[in-house]
Design a protein. Structure first.
Length: 227
């Protein structure tokens, strides 16, 4: 269990209710290595009360999620880590956004310094993150609304290019997708997915929001307040 808690420190989105987890092409493993069918997740949640979903980058590539029971001790530990990370990312608000350079799926280079004068909207996500997938239609609508305007939408994922291309064969995401975003995740102190960040024309962080039922409206309001 200790090794998985280390993984959790890198990926706080591991804690979700069973209904949020992907059921297609995902293998769920119990602590003893037994495979649990996705349709049994609700029963497991009722039996355990709380379920910890744990996965690493290697697990994502193999479509594996480990299931662990959340004890009171583990819950306190995770809540403490969550609180520290939320404070860390909140500390960036109204301050210069950390500079980064990255390459998108098509091989185009992106530099935050070169985007001064434009509004930049970042979305941190990964391919097996159900809350990330759930908000994509709303994000796609937002991209459509600002087509041809000085607003840049970048979707940053720590998944590699092959994993992302496979994902995009099944689902639509209109953001410019940047794979292998590990280092950018670190400098933006992202530990909860999805996370969206709005950066103004001068390069200052103006909004930070995690998964939200009205994500399009929230981001739209932030963009309009800058414009």
């Amino acid at each position: 269990m200790k090794s998985y808690l280390i993984i959790f420190a890198l990926c706080i989105s591991s804690i979700v209710v069973a209904a949020q987890m992907p059921s297609d092409s995902t293998t769920f493993l119990l602590p003893d290595g037994t495979v649990l069918k996705s349709e049994k997740l609700d029963s497991l949640t009722k039996a355990w009360g709380r379920v910890l979903f744990v996965h690493s980058k290697e697990d994502d590539a193999r479509g594996i999620i480990h299931l662990e029971r959340i004890t009171d001790e583990i819950r306190r530990q995770l809540e403490d880590e969550d609180s520290k990370r939320k404070k860390a990312i909140a500390s960036m608000l109204n301050k210069p956004a950390p500079a980064f350079e990255a390459k998108d799926l098509k091989g185009n280079n992106w530099s935050l310094n070169n985007l001064r004068g434009k509004i930049v909207v970042l979305n941190f996500w990964f391919t097996s993150c159900t809350p990330c997938i759930r908000e994509m239609p709303e994000l796609n609508m937002l991209v459509s609304e600002y087509e041809g305007k000085d607003v840049i939408f970048l979707g940053l994922t720590y998944n590699n290019a092959d994993q992302v291309k496979s994902f995009l064969e099944r689902r639509s995401f209109s953001y410019t997708v940047v794979p292998d975003s590990h280092e950018i995740d670190k400098i933006y102190q992202v530990s909860s997915w999805p996370t969206s960040i709005v950066i103004d024309r001068k390069g200052y962080v103006k909004m930070i929001v995690n998964s939200h039922p009205k994500i399009r409206e929230e981001l739209d309001a932030a963009i309009k307040s800058i414009k």
